[in-house]
Write a protein that binds this ligand. Sequence first.
Ligand SMILES: NC(=O)c1ccc[n+]([C@@H]2O[C@H](COP(=O)([O-])OP(=O)(O)OC[C@H]3O[C@@H](n4cnc5c(N)ncnc54)[C@H](OP(=O)(O)O)[C@@H]3O)[C@@H](O)[C@H]2O)c1
Length: 312
Amino acid sequence: MMGLRYAVTGSRGQLGRCLTRMQGEQRLAGSFARADLDICDGAAVEAALAGLPGGPPDVLVNAAAYNQVDACEAEGAEEAQRVNADAPGALARACDAVGARLVHVSTDYVFPGDARSPIPEDASPGPKTAYGRSKLRGEEQVRQASPRALIVRTSWVFGPGRNFVGAILRQARLRDTGEVAGPLRVVDDQRGFPTYASDLAAGILALVAAIGDQPGGVFHLCNGPADPADAPISWWDFARAILDRRGHEDLVIERISSAESGARAPRPAYSVLGCEKAAALGVNLRSWREALDAYLASPDLAITLELQDPQT
Ligand SMILES: NC(=O)c1ccc[n+]([C@@H]2O[C@H](COP(=O)([O-])OP(=O)(O)OC[C@H]3O[C@@H](n4cnc5c(N)ncnc54)[C@H](OP(=O)(O)O)[C@@H]3O)[C@@H](O)[C@H]2O)c1
C-alpha cells in the first residue's frame, strides 16, 4: 500500500516522537499527545480521527501507554487498567468505526520470562506483573474489537525520552562529579535485546505497508544480535556498552541479581522475542549495537538527558 496516511497517539513518548518525525512514503496525518487526546475517551478518539484534515487516516499507531512497571503493582494499578487495558479496546472500536487500522504496541512482559529460546508470537502468554497483565488485557481487547488490528510486541525500548541509557549516563556523571561514590550496580540475570524507538517506528510503518489489505495479527519487532549466533544480552552488558561508548571504560559496574535490585515488580528473566513473522514480510531491525550507536550520535540523546528523571 503506497502513501498511506497514519496518525499517532501518545506522540510525546519515546516511540510517539519517532513516529511523528518519520520521512517516507507514509504520510503523517495527525499526532496526538496526551494533552490533546486522552486515549481512554473512545468518542473523543473517533471524533479526532474523523476530524483530521483529509479525513480519517488509514492507520492509527497507538504509542501511548502507562509504563511504570513497579507503580502498576499498587498506586498505578487503576491507571494501568485504564490506559493499557481498556483504552486499546476503545481505540480499536474507534478505528473500525472510521475505517482505520489500529497498530497497538505491546511488550515482552506479557510472557513469564521462562523461555530458553526466542519467543514466537503464538507462545502462551503468562504475565508475572500487573503491568504485563494490563498489557495482555489490552491485546485481548484489541483482538476482540478488530480483526484488522496489528499488535506489535517489543522489548527494552530506548529513544527520545526517559530510559535506561539516560539513567546509566546520569549515574556515570554523578560519579564523575564525586556526588556519588562506589561502583554502579546493574542487574545481570535478565536477558533480552534493547530496541531503538526510531527503528521500531520505521519497522511498524514498514510492517503496515507490507501487510497491505491482509487481516491483522500479532508481530514481534526488536533490535537483534549483530550476528545470529550472538547471545542475548543482560542489562549489565547493555550498561557496559553504553559506558564504553561514552568514554567511561574505567567505571566499574557491579553485577547484581534481580532480587538484589529491590524492584517491586519481578522482571522476566528471558525476554527475547522471535521476530520471524516480520522478517518473512521483509521487515528486520538492525543489531542493538548499531542501534545504540545511532541513538548516541543522534539528537535523541539530548532529549533523554533533558527529560531524565533525577531519581533514576
Ligand atoms: N519503554 C519500554 O522499555 C517498553 C518495552 C516494551 C514495550 N513497550 C511498549 O512500547 C510502547 C511505547 O513505549 P514508550 O517507551 O515510547 O513509552 P513512553 O515513552 O512512556 O510514552 C508513553 C506516552 O503515552 C502517553 N500517555 C499516557 N497515558 C495516556 C493517555 N491516557 N492518553 C494519551 N496518552 C497517554 C504518555 O504521556 P505523558 O508524556 O504525558 O506521560 C507518554 O507520552 C508502549 O506501548 C509500551 O508499553 C515499552
